[in-house]
Design a protein around this ligand. Structure first.
Ligand code: SAH
Length: 256
């Protein structure tokens, strides 16, 4: 069933109206017609089944035919991603959404080759949000991946706060692996933060700053992964350990 996000303000008691890009997608791209069954997400976890009733100018009227249960994600994984070159972040955001991360925070690191500021950063953020929404729709997650940034490392660390487990994969970490860091936790945390450097890695100063903010440095294994691989791999491992990755729907891990 095709999925659409709809602004909660557009709901009425028995239906809703899709407008803008969502209406365009339904009418012109998917070419759905009245009678088509669709799935609606309000972006906060609510999910409804609906049926297209009529199509007007730039608006699609949908009747709600049933509500679906929302299964909240058991674990919020935040990826703090050092701003990489070119279009790599597009891929990282798409994959983070599919895997089930909660948010991606884009961090301007010392070795980030590109520096985005002002209007440019705003434009890129809008593009990343669009990619996050698209990917979230495609993979059927009722709450889309959030994208924040572009922030300095200090801003990103302050946002994360002190709750949960915070990890900084570092290729020079010779003692603690991600595997041990996860197995050593007495109970599954509710939040896991993962800081990944850009192509050139994190500087010793940035590693120190992260450690000061409570991040544990961990190895991801004996091979150096590209920045886009490192985030995707770390999210996968954490959500396999404590989240819903690798589990049948409805058998997600709850509290224990
Ligand atoms: N420029 C560095 C590698 C940076 S890789 C070099 O060539 O040595 C980009 C980011 O991916 C790093 O900042 C780190 O966060 C992560 N990373 C890649 N491979 C890793 C590994 N084996 N262990 C831990 N972190 C890794």
């Amino acid at each position: 069933m095709h999925r659409f996000f709809v602004d909660p303000d557009a709901w009425s008691a028995d239906g809703c109206v899709l407008k803008g890009e969502e209406a365009h997608h339904l009418v012109n791209v998917l070419r759905l017609r009245p009678g088509a069954k669709i799935l609606l997400f309000d972006g906060r976890g609510g999910q409804w089944e609906g049926e297209v009733k009529s199509i007007g100018r730039g608006a699609v009227y949908v009747a709600l035919t049933g509500e679906r249960n929302y299964v909240p994600m058991p674990l919020a994984v935040n990826l703090l991603q050092g701003l990489p070159k070119g279009q790599k972040l597009d891929l990282i955001i798409q994959k983070a959404a599919e895997l089930g991360a909660a948010q991606v925070v884009v961090v301007a690191c010392e070795r980030s080759v590109v520096q985005l500021d002002g209007e440019k950063a705003k434009g890129r953020l809008a593009r990343w949000e669009r990619i996050a929404k698209e990917a979230s729709k495609q993979c059927g997650r009722p709450v889309p991946l959030a994208v924040k940034g572009v922030w300095s490392l200090s801003q990103a660390l302050a946002m994360v706060g002190s709750g949960g487990l915070s990890l900084v994969p570092w290729e020079e970490e010779g003692v603690r692996g991600l595997h041990e860091a996860l197995s050593d936790q007495p109970a599954p945390p509710r939040v896991v933060n993962i800081l990944i450097g850009p192509e050139g890695g994190l500087t010793p100063g940035e590693i120190a700053q992260a450690r000061e903010a409570g991040f544990l440095s961990v190895s991801l294994g004996p091979r150096i992964l590209r920045t886009e691989t490192a985030g995707i791999a770390a999210i996968s491992m954490v959500l396999y350990q404590w989240g819903d990755l690798g589990r049948a729907p409805g058998k997600e891990r709850g509290d224990g």
